[in-house]
Design a protein around this ligand. Structure first.
Ligand code: GLN
Length: 477
């Protein structure tokens, strides 16, 4: 097996044993990116820095010093997470020339564990989108089939991992942006519970929903990265003391448990998806896990509630891109208002503007405010329902998406696009952790199964994911 196809954990182990140098690893991946990235997955590759970091690591090992748990592992970072001295465009023209002066907390932790940041991945502008088509720079393609969407908004990270351009990548998930593209590209996508990973250094979209997530080829690699970066961070007040996944989780056995699925979630899925989902349920039952159906009619309001909450927060968060403080500034007229107006008109894309307008209406207009408050109430109710259900059960399960990846540039109504997130959005509103694991293929394209647990049950989530990973064969054409 070439280095380029090894898991992050295997790379780290080979490095520790001295079978491979960090420099060799980095060079293999950089070469792969240069030669194979026909998907528009990367926006930026930092060859020089990655190689010099790798050389330092090789010297450290030669001196017999202990290296970090991510040593020699190349990691790609979604372009809305700050990496010092690298561009951070958020997939937007308005930040085209912006270079981050600091590291996000998660990047600091990765660097402390000797992970090697290899570059920045493409994304839907400001993480708004589900298709990878809303990047201001280049449409992202699905490596399983170039005519298809890789999903979004972390489509670049999912495509990069699926095409073996990197073994691990960071994404962000506000309403499904790590899980959905991972499902579309046939890789693992983990979104932690709200606050489990620090958001410091992430360009905010909807601060009360945003999470930094992990895309990997294998479950064990998601655990490796999560265990290196989780927990309370003094720079992010909303981060929480959380727990790691058991170190020996790979050797743990699943013994029993009870999971539920929600009837209303299945009602929006197509027949092929349902068939594959029920086949997976059979497998899950064979592990001695009891599976039951519950009904939660409230879920029908989750998408409008998500759109209201996230757009309201986006309109406020994105007000900082005003042509004065960050990025693009059009100063053909000297009065301040014209600078704001022109810079934002030219710098921001259509989808982003739509959400800013919607969000401003919800926060400013009297009728809008009423809608916004109702959305907040729906969010609280969904949260409560999930907490109760997850207290009584080991976890929840659903298809991650109602269909497999759709075609790029297919004419779609805005609502159809938003509907892509119906199965991931409720989990974001509830703020609980979720993972998408490849669970089979339909016409040669992957489907993901979504496993949700309470924070304290992360071991169960990853164990169950691992069993599915071991038992399901993915047939790609
Ligand atoms: N696709 C969803 C949206 O457009 C979710 C985005 C996200 O999770 N960042 O809002």
């Amino acid at each position: 097996m070439g280095i380029g196809l090894k898991s992050a954990l295997d790379i780290n182990e080979s490095f520790i044993k001295g079978e491979v140098s960090a420099e060799e690893v980095v060079k293999v991946y950089i070469k792969r990116i240069y030669e194979e990235d026909k998907y528009g997955a990367f926006l930026y590759v930092d060859e020089k820095k990655a190689i010099s970091k790798a050389k330092l690591l090789d010297e450290k090992r030669k001196r017999g010093e202990k290296t970090g748990r991510l040593a020699a592992v190349p990691i790609a970072v979604k372009d809305n997470i700050a990496v010092k001295d690298m561009p951070m465009t958020c997939g937007s023209k308005i930040l085209k020339d912006y270079i981050s002066p600091y590291d996000a907390s998660i990047i600091e932790k990765i660097k402390m564990e000797d992970g090697i940041i290899i570059g920045k991945t493409n994304m839907d502008e400001f993480a708004m989108g589900s298709s990878g088509e809303y990047s201001a720079f280049e449409i992202i393609k699905n490596p399983r089939n170039m005519e298809k969407s890789p999903g979004g908004s972390s489509g670049g990270s999912a495509a990069a991992v699926a095409a073996d351009l990197v073994p691990l990548a960071l994404g962000t998930d506000t309403g499904g942006s790590v899980r959905q593209p991972s499902a579309f590209c046939g890789v693992v996508g983990f979104k932690p519970g709200y606050g489990q990973i620090s958001r410091y250094g992430l360009a905010g979209f909807s601060s009360s929903l945003d999470t930094v997530g992990i895309v990997s080829k294998k479950i064990q690699d998601a655990v490796l990265l999560y265990n290196s970066v989780y927990g309370k961070d003094l720079k992010d007040d909303t981060s929480v003391e959380s727990r790691s996944v058991s170190e020996n989780f790979l050797n743990m056995k699943i013994n029993g448990g009870r999971i539920f699925y929600i009837r209303e979630m299945l009602q929006v899925c197509n027949e092929d998806v349902l068939k594959l989902f029920f086949k997976n349920l059979e497998l899950i039952r064979s592990f001695g896990i009891e599976v039951k159906e519950v009904s939660l009619p409230l879920l029908q309001y989750s998408l409008p509630a998500y759109l209201a909450v996230s757009s309201a927060e986006a309109s406020s968060n994105l007000a900082r891109y005003d042509g004065i403080r960050y990025g693009m500034s059009i100063r053909s007229d000297s009065d301040l208002y014209s600078i704001y107006k022109k810079s934002r008109s030219v710098g921001l894309g259509k989808e982003v503007k739509k959400r800013i307008i919607l969000g401003s209406y919800l926060l400013w207009d009297k009728e809008g405010k009423k809608l916004y408050e109702r959305a907040l109430k729906v969010r609280e109710d969904i949260k409560e329902a999930f907490y109760t259900l997850l207290k009584e059960n080991s976890g929840m399960i659903s298809p991650c998406t109602s269909d497999i990846a759709f075609g790029l540039k297919e004419k779609r109504q805005a609502l159809e696009m938003y509907n892509m997130d119906r199965l991931t959005v409720p989990v974001s509103l509830a703020g609980v952790p979720g993972i998408s694991v490849p669970c089979g293929t339909i016409n040669g394209m992957p489907l993901g199964i979504q496993i949700i647990t309470a924070e304290k049950n992360l071991d169960f989530m990853f164990r169950l994911g691992l069993e599915i990973e071991k038992n399901v064969v993915m047939y790609y054409e």
